[in-house]
Write a protein that binds this ligand. Structure first.
Ligand SMILES: Nc1ncnc2c1ncn2[C@@H]1O[C@H](COP(=O)(O)OP(=O)(O)OP(=O)(O)O)[C@@H](O)[C@H]1O
Length: 223
């Protein structure tokens, strides 16, 4: 379980996150929504251990983000907003490269299976030959090589076609349910968020997202 308690983050005098508390349970897909600048990426970066909070506690199972960062990093997969792949390498070469950096090893067939599970069947094509949606699928596949318990994704479906969005969303939901993963992701696509997520957290001062989600029949949680 991921437990966030009274988390705050300020950049200089600018308060971005203020006293956030929430939990994510194994098997849950959590959607994080809010206007531009609400602090979603800031929160995800802290949860991915890439940024420090100004105050508060975070626990992943019984490990503390303050004292057990090395262990926690092994249990986290992070997919940033920007694609982070080697453009001149093939899909296979990217998977093998990142597998070498991973603490948990997989053979080539297992790596290929990960891509196929994501409906990415371009094993020998270079990344620069792939479409934006395919690159995003590969980015997600890379983040899963070390079999993380907690998967954090910053707008994994931004700018990609409806079919690929559905592929990714149903893959993430299946992963949470079959392997008890905790998945936390941001998106501005409320149709997809409401269809995919077990719970939705709303960030920011603007009540717009909260109200629209209520109109969808959801009961979002205000952070
Ligand atoms: N390194 C930084 N230094 C100072 N301010 C920052 C820094 N990173 C982010 N911010 C500010 O923090 C606020 C929250 O940004 P963040 O990227 O977390 O929002 P977001 O909800 O993810 O937005 P979007 O939907 O546009 O991706 C913004 O006002 C941004 O300018």
């Amino acid at each position: 379980m991921l437990e966030v308690q009274t988390l705050s983050k300020a950049y200089g005098r600018k308060q971005i996150l203020n006293d956030l508390s929430f939990t994510v349970h194994p098997g849950e897909v959590i959607g994080l929504v809010g206007e531009n600048g609400a602090g979603k990426s800031t929160l995800l970066q802290i949860l991915a251990t890439l940024s420090q909070p100004s105050a508060g506690e975070i626990m992943l199972y019984d490990q503390s983000y303050r004292t057990d960062v090395k262990i926690i990093r092994r249990q986290i997969g992070f997919v940033p907003q920007d694609i982070a792949l080697w453009e001149d390498f093939s899909v296979k070469e990217n998977m093998r490269f990142f597998e070498k950096l991973s603490w948990n090893h997989k053979n080539t067939e297992q790596l290929r299976q990960l891509c196929q599970d994501m409906k990415l069947n371009k094993w020998n094509e270079t990344v620069k030959q792939l479409s934006g949606g395919m690159k995003r699928k590969l980015n997600i596949a890379v983040s899963l090589i070390h079999d993380p318990d907690l998967l954090i994704l910053d707008e994994p479906t931004a700018g990609i076609d409806l079919k690929s969005r559905k592929d990714i969303a149903s893959y993430l939901a299946g992963l949470a349910k079959t392997q008890e993963k905790m998945i936390l992701y941001t998106s501005h696509d409320l149709d997809q968020i409401t269809q995919t997520c077990d719970r939705i957290y709303c960030m920011g001062d603007d009540p717009f997202y909260y109200q629209v989600l209520q109109a969808y029949g959801e009961q979002p949680v205000l952070l």
